[in-house]
Design a protein around this ligand. Structure first.
Ligand SMILES: *Cc1c(COP(=O)(O)O)cnc(C)c1O
Length: 416
């Protein structure tokens, strides 16, 4: 086999499952076995696999203008997409910069933060991030990520990042105090965070109010706030964006994953007017010198348009509330299980932690036994250590959700 897979130790990993087809919340392997995609293929696919509405929009764009360079050129799909996104984004967001994936969206936000102060001649070269955050695997994004085994090998080659605890219940004050200590130094350009839900950490959740307090502290010290909504964006938390739960608005946002309904890789970093103005100058050297070959690919934009159409239908909004309500019922039930340490829900995101001393390793043995059990029972879920989470396509049926819950209950009875 010629393929090198992501996050995979090829010496010990089982062979990958060959998927031949997908439809709605289901995937079929090459032998015809069906699996419920309970994690929306790494959180990208809210509207189901092989969605015909998005596919038609992509085909139409492919046969009109599949791609054109974005340096010196523009096109309607990008212009209209920007206008539509500005209608639903927090009103502070005024400028959109396209790139290719979540990591590049973060890379752009961090580079813009650092260069904004460089352009001004102000020395602010460090970044603040949350413990156990995840922001991607390119260098700056990786530096901001706090899950150590992802980044350990690259220590010493990274921008300087200081970490504060996520403001989870009981740690709000500690989080704010640590932040204030850092802000007092004047060394920091930006604070990046996953608003309300830290995905890769195992769907760790916290409340809007303490995040508002952290953002207010940053504002008081002219430190930019970057809401990385790569995972949380486009309905996952129950509203269009996790930032919609806040009273404050961020200076930048990172969007990707569900942006195109899980069809074409694309990302956007959004900015306030103030940040854009920090690059607007007669001096060409003050421009943001960042770009990718496929920036604002028209086909990707067409896919994002179609995805937005679907997201904003009343039916899809009802689906989000339906899934969320089902999760809450399941949480009430499963919290009584003796092996369940804790459970939590935010929008379509459900997570539970299994009581299992010493088996919290991200890719440890217990995690692998759970994963194998779920796959053998026809459900795609990727536990994070002892944390099992569901983040299904919004169109998952009630029967499919019930099946996912039943398989989790069976795992609690059978997997040790
Ligand atoms: C997945 C993710 C990223 C990285 O996105 P890629 O497309 O994998 O590069 C960044 N931030 C968050 C919050 C994510 O969940």
């Amino acid at each position: 086999m010629a393929l090198w897979h992501p996050y995979t130790q090829h010496k010990t990993a089982p062979l990958p499952v060959e998927i031949a087809r997908g439809e709605g919340a289901l995937l079929w392997d090459k032998d015809g076995n069906a699996y419920i995609d309970a994690i929306a293929s790494w959180w990208v696919n809210p509207f189901g696999h092989s969605n015909k509405y998005i596919a038609d929009a992509i085909y139409k764009q492919l046969t009109t203008l599949e791609h054109v360079l974005f340096g010196g050129f523009t096109h309607k799909p990008a212009q209209l997409l920007a206008e539509r996104l500005l209608e639903i984004l927090p009103s502070s967001q005024k400028k959109l910069f396209f790139s290719d994936n979540g990591s590049t969206a973060v890379e752009v936000a961090l580079k813009a933060s650092l260069q904004y102060f460089y352009n001004k001649g102000e020395k602010r070269t460090k970044i603040i991030a949350l413990e156990n955050g995840f922001h991607g695997d390119t260098f700056a994004a990786m530096a901001a990520s706090g899950i150590s085994f992802f980044t350990e090998a690259f220590r010493g080659s990274m921008i300087e990042v200081s970490r504060i605890p996520a403001p989870t219940t009981g740690r709000e004050q500690e989080s704010l105090d640590t932040l204030n200590g850092l802000l007092a130094t004047g060394d920091y350009a930006a604070f990046i965070f996953e608003p309300l839900v830290q995905g890769a950490a195992g769907m760790v959740m916290y409340n809007p109010a303490p995040l508002d307090a952290l953002m207010a502290a940053c504002r008081a010290h002219n430190v930019f706030t970057i809401a990385d909504e790569v995972m949380t964006g486009f309905g996952k938390t129950g509203r269009n964006f996790a930032c919609d739960y806040l009273t404050r608005q961020p200076d930048m946002m990172c969007l990707s994953k569900a942006l195109t309904g899980g069809t074409i890789p694309m990302a956007i970093t959004t900015f306030t007017q103030q940040i854009f103005d920090g690059f607007y100058d007669d001096d060409v050297n003050k421009a943001l010198f960042h770009g990718h070959t496929f920036t604002a690919n028209p086909t990707g934009c067409a896919a994002a348009h179609a995805a937005l159409d679907l997201l904003l239908t009343p039916e899809m909004q009802e689906n989000i509330q339906r899934v969320s309500a089902r999760h809450l019922d399941f949480m009430d039930e499963i919290l009584r299980h003796p092996r369940v340490k804790t459970a939590r829900v935010q929008g379509v995101i459900f997570a539970l932690e299994i009581e299992r001393e010493g088996e919290e390793a991200y890719y440890g043995g217990f995690r692998n036994r759970l994963y194998d059990f779920f796959m053998a029972n026809g459900v795609v879920m990727r536990p994070v250590g002892n944390i099992v989470y569901i983040l299904p396509p919004y169109i998952i049926t009630d029967a499919q959700l019930e099946r996912v819950y039943a398989v989790i209950k069976a795992a609690l009875a059978e997997v040790f």
